[in-house]
Design a protein around this ligand. Structure first.
Ligand code: SF4
Length: 254
């Protein structure tokens, strides 16, 4: 039985105000009164468009092994993938195994990764990662979420990236700055407060998209963020998702 119109208005006005950064400022995402079924259908269309526009979407961090991807992902915090890719060739030639990271001289490692920012914390994480890998996992990168989360510097985003990209295991959706921003602009994260609310965004995306699409979805949304839906100047006019994006009109007309 449908609710009376007056009650529907009350519930809508009580819905949390959602925001995302657009053009350098934080703005409210246009409210979209949408049923769960309609949102699910829209998510299906969005996935189809992403599959057709970004068929080769993949992790942009250069790596050859799970250990290299783990290290690169730790370095990518608050840093662009391009910057990390400039640093990792030298890093990976100097540190080839978990034992190499475990035995690293902090000052030498810090100097190598200095340009990625937060280099002291990242060096600590890389050395700690190497030690835990050697002490608890025989020097190998583990393949479960619970085990990966035991490593210093590793949270769900990094663990999801390694599990999905290196091991083909979809345990969740990588929610980085691009994915968070685009999920909010597309109104695909109804429970999230804003684009920094990574846990709720991930849960909402996991409930909307089929599990076997999660790894692709992360990479494709990141590609879309870089090519079209940028933080400062989203190109809504030429966006293939425009017809299913409630933010398109508000951003284009500003
Ligand atoms: S229409 Fe605009 S805001 Fe929506 S996904 Fe495309 S570029 Fe981003």
């Amino acid at each position: 039985m449908s609710s009376p119109p007056s009650k529907r208005r009350t519930r809508a006005s009580a819905a949390p105000r959602q925001t995302a950064r657009i053009g350098g400022a934080r703005r409210a995402i246009p409210r979209r009164l949408e049923s769960a079924a309609a949102r699910q259908a829209r998510a299906g269309r969005i996935l189809a468009v992403l599959q057709s526009h970004y068929p080769d979407a993949h992790c942009a961090l250069n790596h050859r092994t799970p250990l290299e991807l783990l290290a690169a992902t730790i370095l990518s915090a608050q840093c662009t993938d391009q910057r990390v890719n400039l640093v990792t060739p030298t890093l990976f030639s100097r540190y080839r195994s978990a034992a190499d990271f475990a035995a690293a001289d902090p000052a030498e490692l810090e100097e190598l990764i200095r340009s990625t920012g937060f280099f002291r914390n990242k060096a600590r994480s890389l050395i700690g990662m190497g030690r835990v890998l050697c002490d608890e996992f025989g020097g190998r990168v583990p393949q479960t979420m619970a085990e990966l989360l035991r490593l210093p510097g590793v949270a769900r985003k990094t663990a999801n990236c390694v599990l999905g990209t290196s091991f083909g295991k979809a345990e969740g959706v990588v929610v980085d700055t691009h994915v968070g921003r685009i999920a909010m602009r597309l109104a695909l994260a109804p429970t999230a407060r804003d684009d920094k609310d990574a846990v709720r965004i991930e849960n909402d995306l996991m409930s909307l998209f089929p599990r076997d699409s999660w790894t692709f979805l992360s990479h494709a949304m990141i590609d879309h963020g870089r090519s079209t839906c940028s933080a400062r100047k989203p190109a809504c006019d030429r966006c293939p998702l425009r017809s299913d994006c409630p933010s398109a009109e508000s951003i284009t007309t500003r």
